[in-house]
Design a protein around this ligand. Structure first.
Ligand code: CS2
Ligand code: MG
Length: 402
């Protein structure tokens, strides 16, 4: 079997998605997600202008060799654009292999290690009260785990409180929106939020929270300690993680489980965090973490250090990523949880898929390959529109972390 054509497809059914489609001389094709929120065209060009010519004529079954060729052969290793491009190719090659062998990809990854993939949804509200009510709606839908985010009194907008009930899209057209931030006001709100949720719904539901890179290590230690009475499943992205050793301080101050890694692009972003047991969940996923091939490396390294996976699964990752992540989640031994922000109806129409939700779990289905497709006739109705993630400034105007 030989690769004969590589298409890079950009569509915007409510938000921008970039998809690679790799065709072969035997008629089998595979697709991969190449979406990088706010920098979509950078990845599209990386694939179209630099990667695609190198793939023509190759045997798509040589997934590992092609991964190594694209990683080592780029010379300029790592980073979100490079690894998202490699991740997209990798997903498409696993899709081709599964289709050609007529098996779902998880069967190529060692088979199912569990019956289903536990997911978490996103309850949020402008006020603590609204967020508490939103948790109830997720429990009514059967979720076993719910992330809870609330607006911060005195701040115009804050991360995680968004448009739409089951999905969350932070990017907007035009130049980046500017949010204001106050750590003091935020830290004054979060413990009360979780006290109210536990008081309302008890201890059985898994509760998660995303601090979204906003705290210093000692602030994260303080928040983690204040949340200990509410037994969170995890506190996510408490501290920007470029300096992995900063998590030593957080770990010294709290037993609240820590999750990090959705913006990591290779295992090298996490080795110290894992080696020193500084986190409990690794958030890397297939689209930004180098595909199924590299994510298996990361998961294996994490497993040795008692760390479980918690793949990123936001609305701005396409259903192709969700499908590929579910095959990965179903098979690895140290699965933790899968984020499940749903997509809009238009997005689901562009990307028909086999995965299904029931009683708080997702399953990838047993269609050959990844079990997801791309409908050109629908996609062409939604042309690309430049959009950016917001930026964040402190109340005095200082540039901060969104
Ligand atoms: C968030 C994401 O899902 C999460 O945990 O951190 O919503 C993130 O903000 C977006 O994926 C950024 O595009
Ligand atoms: Mg996050």
């Amino acid at each position: 079997m030989k690769i004969t054509d590589v298409e890079v497809l950009v569509t915007s059914p409510g938000r921008n998605f970039v998809t690679i489609r790799i065709r072969t001389d035997e008629g089998v094709y595979g697709i991969g997600d190449a979406t990088l929120n706010g920098r979509e065209l950078a990845v599209a060009s990386y694939l179209r202008d630099h990667v695609a010519p190198c793939l023509i004529g190759r045997n798509p079954f040589q997934i590992e060799d092609i991964w190594q060729y694209l990683y080592r052969g780029a010379y300029w290793r790592r980073g979100p654009v490079t690894m998202t491009a490699i991740g997209a190719v990798d997903m498409a090659l696993w899709d081709i292999k599964g289709k050609a062998l007529n098996v779902p990809v998880y069967e190529l990854l060692g088979g199912a290690s569990r019956n289903g993939v536990m997911v978490y949804g996103h309850a949020n509200g402008q006020s603590v009260g609204e967020a508490v009510e939103a948790v109830g709606r997720y429990l009514d839908m059967g979720y076993k785990a719910v992330r809870v985010q609330a607006g911060v009194p005195g701040l115009k907008g804050t991360y995680g409180v968004g448009r739409g009930e089951l999905f969350y899209e932070p990017a907007g057209e035009g130049l980046p929106a500017e949010d204001a931030w106050s750590t003091e006001k935020y830290l004054a709100t979060v413990p009360e939020l979780f006290a109210r949720v536990r008081e309302e719904y008890g201890r059985d539901v898994h509760l998660l929270h995303d601090a979204h890179h906003r705290l210093t290590p000692i602030e994260a230690g303080r928040l983690g300690r204040e949340l200990e009475p509410y037994a969170l499943f995890w506190l996510e992205d408490a501290v920007p993680a470029e300096q992995q050793e900063a998590f030593r301080i957080v770990r010294q101050h709290t037993t609240t489980p820590l999750a990090v890694g959705e913006i990591f692009s290779t295992i090298h972003d996490a080795t110290l965090l894992l080696r020193e047991n500084l986190i409990d969940y690794l958030r890397m996923t297939v689209v930004h973490g180098g595909g199924i091939t590299h994510l298996r490396t990361a998961a294996a390294y994490a497993a040795v250090h008692h760390v479980r996976t918690g793949c990123h699964g936001a609305t701005d990752l396409s259903p192709v990523t969700m499908a590929a992540a579910l095959h990965f989640d179903l098979s690895i031994p140290n699965f933790g949880i899968q984020e499940y922000m749903r997509h809009t109806a238009e997005t689901d129409e562009v990307f028909p898929h086999a995965y299904t939700f029931a009683d708080g779990y997702l399953h990838p289905g047993d269609a050959p390959g990844l079990g997801v497709d791309y409908r050109d006739d629908v996609a062409e109705r939604f042309p690309y529109r430049r959009a950016y993630l917001p930026v964040s400034r402190l109340e005095d105007g200082t540039m901060f972390n969104w």
